[in-house]
Design a binder for this molecule. Structure first.
Ligand SMILES: *[C@@H]1O[C@H](CO)[C@@H](O)[C@H](O)[C@H]1NC(C)=O
Ligand SMILES: *[C@@H]1O[C@H](CO)[C@@H](O)[C@H](O)[C@H]1NC(C)=O
Ligand SMILES: *[C@@H]1O[C@H](CO)[C@@H](O)[C@H](O)[C@H]1NC(C)=O
Length: 386
C-alpha cells in the first residue's frame, strides 16, 4: 500500500513535468525540486495520512489475509469415523468403532467455566442430562478481561432445579489485574476447575468432558463413549460450527472440545490440543448464540480477544442487529484459515441455512422459547422484556 502511494506521487510528477519516468537525468532531478512543494504537500497531507489511516483500518485484515505466508496449518488430526443411528444397538455401535461394549457404563462428568450463557447452558444440560453423573460449573465475578461481572448462574440457579441433585457449583473471586493478558485469568480459573472436579468426586476412568459452554457434544456421542471400552484416553470432538444461531452453519472444523478418561494426577482441565484423535460429527458449537443484543455486547467486551473491538461503533446495537441478520462478522475480520483458497472461499457473509434437522432435541421441543436459534429468526431484542 505504501509503495502504491509513492507511485502515485511519481505519476503526478511525470504529469507535471511531462517526462518519461525511466530516464534518470538532471532534468528529473530538476523536476524533483520544481515539484518539491506540491510533492511534499501531497505526501505530507494526503498520501501519508491516507496510508496510515488505512493501515489502522485494515491492518488486521492484511495480516489475516497473509496468514498462509506466516503460519502453517496445525498438524492434521487422526479422524475417527463415527457411526450412529437411533435404531442400532449399543453393542453394534461399539463394534462398528472396533471397540468392545462394557458391562456397565462409565460415570460422566461435564465441567464448564460459566460466564453468562444461560440459554445455551439450558440446552446443553438438557441434551446431556440422561448420561451425565455430575454437572460441575465454576463461575467468577471477573471476566477473563478483568471486568467485574455478576454471578449469572447463582442468580438463575432456580431455573436449573432439574439438575440440582447432580450439581457441583463453585465460585471463584477474580484477581482484577489491570492490563494483564486475559489468557492468564482464564488459566487461573481452569486450575480452580480441577479442584472443583476433585470435590465433585471424580475418579480414575470416569469420563470428563472439557469444553466451553457453547460446545455441545450430542447426547448419543457421550452415550457411545461411556458404554464402549478401549476408546482413546483423550479424544477431541469434531463439532459443527454455527454462528449467532443454527441458521448460519460455517464449517465442521471445531475441535477444541475433548473427552478424557480421567487419570488422577495427570488429567488437567484445558482447552487446547491434547491428542491426535478426533471423533467425527460429534455435536454442535454455536458461537455468539445469544437471545439479547446486550448479551452480544457483554460477550464482545468480556472476550479473551477484546483487542478485536477496535472501534466503539462495533458495539452499536443497530450495527450488531444488522450483522446478525446478514451472517457477517461482528469484528469485521477475515476468516482464520491457512490457505488462500479457504480464505477467499469464506470471505463475505455466511449463507443462510433452512435446515433444523439434527439439532439438540430440547430446542425443537421448546421452539417457542428458543425461536431465536432457529432459521428465519434473526431479530433480537435489546433487553429482557418483563
Ligand atoms: C428398528 O429396528 C427394529 C428391529 O430391528 C425394526 O423392526 C424397526 O422397524 C426399526 N425401526 C426403524 C424406524 O427403522
Ligand atoms: C469478587 O469475589 C470475591 C470473593 O468472594 C470478593 O472478595 C470480591 O470483593 C468480589 N469482587 C467484586 C468486584 O465483586
Ligand atoms: C466436513 O466438511 C467437509 C467440507 O465441507 C466435508 O467434506 C466433510 O464431509 C464434512 N464432515 C462431516 C463429518 O460432516
Amino acid at each position: 500500500m505504501m509503495s502504491e502511494g509513492y507511485k502515485k506521487t511519481d505519476d503526478i510528477c511525470d504529469d507535471v513535468c511531462g517526462q518519461a519516468r525511466s530516464a534518470f537525468s538532471m532534468s528529473r532531478v530538476k523536476c524533483f525540486f520544481r515539484g518539491f512543494d506540491l510533492k511534499a504537500i501531497i505526501l505530507l497531507f494526503v498520501v501519508l495520512p491516507v496510508c496510515i489511516f488505512s493501515m489502522y483500518l485494515h491492518g488486521q485484515k492484511i495480516s489475516y489475509f497473509l496468514r498462509p505466508l506466516w503460519e502453517s496449518p496445525p498438524k492434521p488430526f487422526h479422524e475417527i469415523p463415527h457411526y450412529y443411528d437411533e435404531n442400532v444397538s449399543m453393542e453394534n455401535l461399539c463394534k462398528l468403532h472396533s471397540w468392545k461394549i462394557r458391562e456397565s457404563p462409565r460415570r460422566v462428568y461435564d465441567a464448564i467455566l460459566f460466564s453468562n450463557e444461560i440459554d445455551i447452558l439450558t440446552i446443553r444440560w438438557n441434551e446431556l442430562y440422561p448420561y451425565v453423573t455430575q454437572f460441575v460449573l465454576l463461575e467468577s465475578n471477573s471476566t477473563f478481561t478483568g471486568i467485574p461481572k455478576k454471578l449469572h448462574f447463582a442468580k438463575n440457579r432456580d431455573k436449573f432445579k432439574f439438575i440440582e441433585p447432580r450439581l457441583t457449583y463453585g465460585m471463584i473471586g477474580g484477581r482484577f489485574k489491570k492490563g494483564e493478558n486475559p489468557f492468564i485469568e482464564e488459566a487461573y480459573q481452569r486450575v480452580a476447575l480441577d479442584q472443583l472436579l476433585k470435590i465433585a468426586g471424580i475418579e480414575d476412568d470416569d469420563l470428563l468432558i472439557m469444553s466451553d459452554v457453547d460446545e455441545i457434544p450430542s447426547a448419543h456421542t457421550i452415550n457411545l463413549l461411556r458404554w464402549c471400552d478401549d476408546i482413546p484416553p483423550i479424544l477431541h470432538l469434531q463439532l459443527r460450527n454455527y454462528l449467532y444461531s443454527f441458521e448460519f452453519y460455517t464449517d465442521n472444523k471445531s475441535w477444541r472440545a475433548s473427552v478424557h478418561r480421567y487419570e488422577t494426577g495427570k488429567t488437567r482441565y484445558a482447552h487446547y490440543r491434547q491428542s491426535d484423535y478426533l471423533l467425527s460429527d460429534a455435536g454442535w458449537h454455536c458461537s455468539f448464540c445469544f437471545r439479547l443484543i446486550n448479551e452480544f455486547i457483554f460477550k464482545m467486551k468480556a472476550y479473551s480477544h477484546y483487542d478485536r473491538v477496535r472501534f466503539s461503533h462495533y458495539l452499536d446495537p443497530k450495527r450488531i442487529q444488522d450483522v446478525i441478520c446478514k451472517g457477517a462478522d461482528l469484528f469485521d475480520m477475515l476468516p482464520e484459515e491457512y490457505t488462500f483458497k479457504d480464505i477467499i472461499g469464506k470471505m463475505g457473509p455466511i449463507p443462510h441455512s433452512h435446515s433444523a434437522v439434527h439439532l439438540p432435541a430440547y430446542i425443537l421441543n421448546n421452539a417457542d422459547k428458543y425461536k431465536f436459534l432457529l432459521p428465519g429468526n434473526c431479530i433480537r431484542s435489546e433487553e429482557e422484556s418483563g
